[in-house]
Design a protein around this ligand. Structure first.
Ligand SMILES: Nc1nc2c(ncn2[C@@H]2O[C@H](COP(=O)(O)OP(=O)(O)OP(=O)(O)O)[C@@H](O)[C@H]2O)c(=O)[nH]1
Ligand SMILES: [Mg+2]
Length: 385
């Protein structure tokens, strides 16, 4: 077979597997045609780790924890959860935030109208949720262009991110924003990879995998570890299709995993056929903030993504108080969490609790202890010693 036919039969990834700074990324076809052998996978692993280290220095030159403290805009946090609006300028973030919360945030067709974080609150199913309208970002934001870094630093602390996009602009913007956030250690709609790296004193590198290693091999793992000067460590991989990026994320350790919704704004300006296409984009909600179209769906999706658990209190001999639920977060919604949210002394004084609702075994109420996990809309009575 001639080389030309062989090349044409091979399928090469459309984008280079490595990240932008890699030399392999140059539009030089012969580089991409390089067989992935032992040497290249070692090299790839090294590059991924080097890049992650450089990026960390860029984000926090002092070598600190990666963008949380100090550089964001100061806003008083209220409500039980926060939603940050991230997007390019003039996509309609402030229009949406003003109408949702009733808080004024300047709107104009001029880019960069919003210059700082504007907080507002919206009550969803009885739970107050803080909405943070943020200044528009531009490409290169995580490298410090514009106010990008501050914006992304605020986004890092939110419980949900709305990536607001203008449907009249190319949807490639979605990818750009996503990579800006990723560059700042934010992982969207992902959970932490099931990978464990345990440092030890001697014994070299021991790799255990409970799933087949499809996107990473032992050489790549060793290259990443050596870049972090880890020559003795136990690596356990339980994550299906684990990549070297996942491994780097675990070693770097300062990643935040935040759910995100893509808010496709300005649908009042497009046709029904175009709207049908938009619905195919995963995790997206098409809306028109100006014409108030499909905002109900947006609020419902926001509620689902936040995974909040409302618990109603029931004093002895009285009916439950449905007006002001105690709002907890899924994963931190035991009876103990419930007590501590009200007052830290309550858990100490509790003898037992009675729970009604979906977490209870029977309808007449179940007697439970502090470690019982509550469900949304449960009713709880605390019995004191
Ligand atoms: N057609 C249409 N226009 C909209 C919609 N939402 C916002 N706009 C217009 O888009 C322009 C920008 O709106 P803003 O809310 O200021 O946008 P922003 O994203 O906050 O912009 P920056 O603060 O500069 O980042 C304004 O002229 C709005 O009237 C919408 O749903 N449909
Ligand atoms: Mg604005």
């Amino acid at each position: 077979m001639s080389i030309a036919t062989r090349k044409s039969r091979m399928r090469w990834p459309e984008v280079c597997l490595c990240t932008t700074a890699c030399l392999l990324h140059l539009p030089n076809v012969s580089n991409h045609l390089a067989q992935k052998n032992k040497a290249t996978s070692y090299h790839l692993g090294q590059l991924k780790a080097k890049l992650a280290k450089l990026r960390r220095e860029l984000i926090s030159p002092s070598g600190g924890g990666g963008g949380g403290g100090g550089i964001g805009f100061d806003v008083a946090r209220t409500g039980v959860a926060s939603v940050g609006f991230v997007g390019f300028p003039s996509v309609g973030k402030s229009t949406l935030m003003s109408k949702l919360t009733g808080t004024h945030s300047e709107v104009s067709e001029i880019d960069f109208t919003t210059l700082t974080t504007v907080p507002g609150t919206v009550k969803v199913h009885g739970a107050p949720i803080q909405i943070l309208d943020l200044p528009g970002i531009i490409e290169g934001a995580n490298d410090g262009r514009g106010r990008g870094r501050q914006v992304i630093a605020v986004a890092r602390t939110c419980n949900l991110i709305f990536i607001v996009l203008d449907v009249l602009k190319p949807l490639g913007d979605k990818k750009t924003i996503q990579s800006e956030l990723e560059g700042f250690g934010i992982r969207l709609n992902k959970r932490p990879p099931a990978v464990m790296v345990r440092k030890k004193d001697k014994g070299g590198i021991a790799i255990t995998n409970t799933v087949p290693l499809t996107n990473i091999d032992h050489d790549e793992i060793k290259a990443v570890l050596s870049e972090y000067k880890l020559s003795n460590a136990d690596v356990t991989i339980r994550e299906p299709n684990c990549t070297s990026d996942d491994l780097v994320d675990v070693i770097e350790g300062n990643r935040v995993y935040i759910p995100a919704l893509y808010v496709l704004n300005k649908i009042d300006a497009i046709s029904i056929e175009e709207l049908d296409l938009l619905y195919k984009i995963p995790n997206s909600v098409p809306v028109s903030s100006k014409e108030w179209m499909n905002i109900d769906e947006l609020i419902e999706r926001m509620w689902e993504a936040l995974q909040l658990v409302r618990v109603y209190t029931k004093p002895r001999g009285q009916s439950p108080d449905y007006s002001t639920p105690v709002v907890l977060r899924r994963g931190r919604c035991t009876v103990d969490d419930f007590c501590n949210t009200i007052h830290k002394e309550i858990a100490k004084q509790m003898k037992y609790a009675i729970v009604w609702g979906s977490s209870a075994k029977h309808a007449r109420g179940q007697k439970v202890g502090l470690d019982h996990v509550l469900e949304d809309e449960d009713v709880v009575h605390i019995s004191k010693r």
